[in-house]
Design a protein around this ligand. Structure first.
Ligand SMILES: [Zn+2]
Length: 345
């Protein structure tokens, strides 16, 4: 139904009109992982959404016909009114600081003259290790291959080898969703216990994959500095990727301040932009981010940004393979956010 509506709007010119009416809005695109299109070079394939490099090229090529690409710095300066706005400005941001951001995504984006911003987790600059969500993604696939039943809190799921990547992603999300109510410490402990148990039982883990493991490897300080020299701007995704709104005031200050210092040390440039891990933030978190001297912070809330908007609650559009240009453009133009609001989601 939604896809049909978007296609109708696209082909009757309604989407073009909507886009033109909102030409002063700034669109901030985001994604996490871009992997080589040739899957044979990968140790494993995450069930979490990733973008193959040739798909990224096709998506960006379509967007280049309707948007003017700007850096995040320029986007923020336009929203603040410091520099003249350009019509249909679009900035690219990439979360988590994966090695594949530098080695796979950046060369494709540079073909289109794009200067993306990557949000790095500063703990990984010193001792890179796989994120818990990548380890979870991997073990869920192993549990399914072994036909085992998992239990996590009150959740119990029987997985099997016939499950496709959509089923596996659903199973992953079931575990993640049932951890949301826990405190941050409790959650970290429960997930670590769960993941380590299965890694040991099935004798398979992300850590045991041949390096560099493109789906999970993150950049250390030297690699991040090299990425900066190649034209990637670097922002902060905190010290430890914990959900900021679940932390105490002191912990929030530490996450904001220490990550910023470490990133500045690594790349030798100011670190002025933040992405809230998992999109968790509240008024306390955004106020503290401003006080710590950041220029902006991005959320995972869907939509575009009008001039004069709150720079510490910036909305973004998730880039993915939507299967059609009509759906892609509708998502980028904020129609999906409007659809969700109208439905009361
Ligand atoms: Zn993240």
């Amino acid at each position: 139904m939604k896809k049909l509506l978007y296609s109708a709007l696209y082909y009757c010119g309604g989407l073009h009109l909507w886009h033109w009416l909102r030409r002063r809005h700034v669109t901030i695109v985001f994604f996490h992982s871009v992997l080589p299109s040739d899957e044979n070079v990968l140790n494993w394939k995450p069930c979490r959404t990733t973008i193959p490099s040739n798909t990224l090229r096709a998506l960006t090529s379509f967007l280049s016909r309707h948007y003017t690409f700007v850096s995040l710095e320029e986007a923020v300066a336009m929203l603040r009114g410091d520099i003249p706005a350009v019509a249909n400005a679009m900035a690219f941001t990439i979360d988590d600081g994966y090695m594949n951001t530098r080695d796979v995504a950046l060369p494709v984006l540079q073909e289109f003259g794009i200067t993306p911003t990557v949000y790095a987790v500063s703990d990984n600059l010193v001792a890179p290790s796989a994120f818990w969500f990548d380890r979870l993604d991997f073990v869920i696939q192993q549990i399914a291959a072994a036909g085992e039943t998992l239990s996590f809190g009150s959740l119990e799921l029987s997985l099997n080898a016939a499950m496709n990547s959509e089923d596996l992603r659903w199973a992953c999300n079931q575990v993640i969703d049932s951890s949301h109510e826990m405190s941050e410490d409790e959650r970290a402990r429960a997930l670590e216990t769960f993941i380590a148990h299965w890694e040991q039982k099935l004798n398979a883990s992300v850590a045991a994959q041949p390096a560099p493991d493109l789906p999970s490897a993150t950049m250390n300080a030297l690699e991040l500095a090299e990425a900066d020299r190649r034209g990637l701007h670097v922002g902060s995704h905190t010290v430890s990727h914990r959900r900021l709104s679940q932390l105490s005031d002191d912990e929030i200050v530490y996450e904001l301040r220490s990550s910023r210092e470490h990133i500045q040390q690594a790349v030798g440039k100011p670190c002025k932009h933040l992405a809230y891990p998992e999109g968790f933030f509240d008024a306390r978190v955004s106020r503290q981010t401003r006080l710590e001297g950041y220029d902006s912070a991005v959320t995972t809330q869907e939509g575009t940004n009008a001039p004069g908007c709150d720079l510490f609650e910036l909305k973004r559009a998730h880039l993915s393979d939507f299967g059609s240009n009509a759906v892609l453009w509708s998502n980028m133009a904020g129609l999906n956010a409007l659809w969700s609001r109208l439905r009361g989601d």
